[in-house]
Design a protein around this ligand. Structure first.
Ligand code: PLP
Length: 364
């Protein structure tokens, strides 16, 4: 019999993250992971190539260039920025650094499906607050706070529901949370949102700290509108009082050199971001209109995907299978407690057309 070290308690209770499906052979379209419809920013490809000759060198462990560029673009303080191997890493650090095993991490019923995983990996307990019409509900969140709550994870806009909690509601949540509870605002899709009173949570990080309660962290990613999911770069805006802790815990060279160079170049290319945003909403409107015309129940979102309610779990499964047979991979939202829905990323025109053609031939 083989012997083996025993995994830390609780780890085998984790249901593994279900990634968006894809397939290497044949002509297929991947609309299952909310990736950039227009591919990577060309400037990022070039920048990553340029560092290829120096791959024997470790990257800049403090990501100085990228942090300074982010600070300039967003008019924020570079000293309070942490860069991670994807925003997943920053989210994980937020829970790892500010909880003890057995503590509770609060999230919403249909929040990002990685939240319960990263929570359990730290030995903590995920607690889900009910939502209101697929939108986070501040009163429900506050009612779910217990003595053991240490962190609240809130994606705004959320994936997979694509809904947004208005800034004044996020502020109210922060004000009514006990001050020792860390509110993490995950802005993975922030750049898609076009609303005057929305800054993804940046101002709240500073406001909270200025008011004497340094309990808000905001995260962002280069994986979505910047088109760099394969590079793995995300960042967090963290109160001065907390960033030292997170920097102690993160790996010394957690973000690789081509990724740092690519992200910095992509950031400088706001024209690409704008083009991606415009394409996204134009094609979201086109898809929604065509699908509704065929009687589909569609929810447009503030991010780069739509949700379709197929009414029953069987019909959702049949729709996923039908799309897959047509070479189009879309996403089941069953792991976010939405088993009758599917999520479809807004892709390039050709991919969206392939999806529409398959949807229109679905008659289950
Ligand atoms: C809400 C949300 N947060 C975080 C992430 C993780 O992004 P990253 O690629 O930066 O790790 C995703 C990716 O799908 C997401 O949807």
């Amino acid at each position: 019999m083989t012997t083996r070290p025993t995994p830390r308690s609780g780890l085998l209770d984790i249901s593994p993250y279900v990634p968006g499906k894809s397939k290497a052979e044949g002509k297929t379209y991947k609309l299952s992971s909310n990736e950039s419809a227009l591919g990577p920013a060309p400037s990022a490809i070039e920048a990553a190539r340029e560092v290829a000759g120096a791959l024997h060198l470790y990257p800049d462990g403090s990501a100085t260039g990228l942090r300074e560029a982010l600070a300039k673009l967003h008019s924020i303080d570079a000293e309070r920025i942490i860069v991670g191997n994807g925003s997943d890493e920053v989210l994980t650090l937020s829970v790892k650094c500010f909880t003890e095993p057995g503590d509770e991490v609060l999230m919403t019923r249909h929040g990002f499906s990685y939240y319960p995983i990263l929570t359990k990996a730290e030995g903590c307990k995920p607690v889900m607050a009910e939502e209101d019409d697929l939108t986070a509900d501040v009163d429900e969140l506050l009612a779910a706070v217990s003595e053991r709550t240490k962190v609240v994870l809130l994606a705004n806009p959320n994936n997979p529901t694509g809904t947004l909690l208005p800034s004044d509601e996020v502020r109210r949540l922060r004000e009514e949370l006990p001050p020792h509870v860390l509110l993490v605002i995950d802005g993975a899709y922030a750049e898609y949102v076009e609303a005057d009173d929305y800054d993804g949570g940046l101002a709240l990080v500073e406001e909270a700290e200025a008011s004497g309660a340094a309990n808000v962290v905001m995260t962002r990613t280069f994986s979505k509108i910047y088109g760099l999911g394969g590079m793995r770069v995300g960042w967090g805006y963290v109160p001065s009082a907390l960033i030292d802790v997170m920097n102690r815990v993160r790996g010394p060279f957690n973000v690789n050199a081509p990724a740092l160079a690519g992200a910095e170049a992509a950031l400088a290319d706001q024209g690409f971001v704008e083009e991606n945003r415009r394409h996204n909403f134009e094609d979201m409107a086109r898809l929604t209109q065509r699908l509704r015309g065929r009687g589909f129940e569609v929810r447009e979102t503030l991010a780069n995907f739509i949700l379709i309610d197929l009414g029953t779990e069987d019909r959702a499964r049949a729709f996923l299978k039908h799309q897959e047979e047509a070479g189009v991979f879309i996403r089941s939202t069953a792991s976010s407690n939405l088993p009758t829905f599917v999520r479809v990323s807004i892709g390039a025109r050709e991919a969206n057309d392939a999806f529409l053609a398959a949807a229109e031939s679905f008659d289950a």
